[in-house]
Design a protein around this ligand. Structure first.
Ligand code: GDP
Length: 150
């Protein structure tokens, strides 16, 4: 597993990114990854995959009482996604700035959601919201012993 113990020196320096099915389908993946790299993030793990409904449910479980939960699960399991672990000082905070507000209407000009999102739900990209959740989410997508990074 991707554990605190074995990767303690990455705490505070990593975040999980998911290019969501809407953006992958529209062919924005490479443009988005380029923007991420240009912003100074190192991609230390990357994979293209499809989420099962069950996995999407577990990943977004904290939202299970929300009115949009069923639709969100349907959407996130509707096609390929690209998940990655990004490394940078202040990764979580800086990545949230790079992706912009959850609602693309409110996302600042030039942010990923401003450029590539379709709607509040189909908002192109996910970024962890805290260092603790970043580790949890990285472990969820990349349950491996240890990996190499620069
Ligand atoms: P995030 O951390 O910016 O991704 O936002 P949240 O954790 O609050 O929500 C998770 C995801 O649920 C968002 O990225 C959207 O895809 C979706 N979402 C959030 N709020 C709404 C909403 O009010 N309606 C719908 N349909 N989807 C939403």
């Amino acid at each position: 597993m991707f554990s605190f113990k074995k990767n303690y020196n990455l705490f505070g320096k990593i975040t999980l990114s998911i290019i969501k099915p809407d953006a992958v389908e529209k062919g924005y993946s490479i443009s988005i990854l380029s923007k991420i790299i240009d912003a100074g993030f190192h991609i230390i793990a990357l994979k293209m995959m499809e989420l099962s409904k069950k996995s999407a449910f577990i990943f977004y479980e904290e939202h299970k009482e929300k009115y949009f939960f069923d639709s969100l699960i349907e959407f996130m399991s509707s096609g390929p996604i690209i998940s990655s672990i990004l490394k940078k000082e202040n990764a979580v905070k800086d990545f949230r700035i790079l992706i912009g507000d959850t609602n693309p209407i409110n996302a600042k000009k030039g942010t990923i959601r401003n450029l590539y999102a379709t709607s509040l739900e189909k908002n192109a990209i996910h970024g962890s919201d805290s260092n603790k959740n970043a580790f949890k989410e990285c472990q969820f997508f990349f349950p491996i012993e240890k990996f190499y990074y620069k």
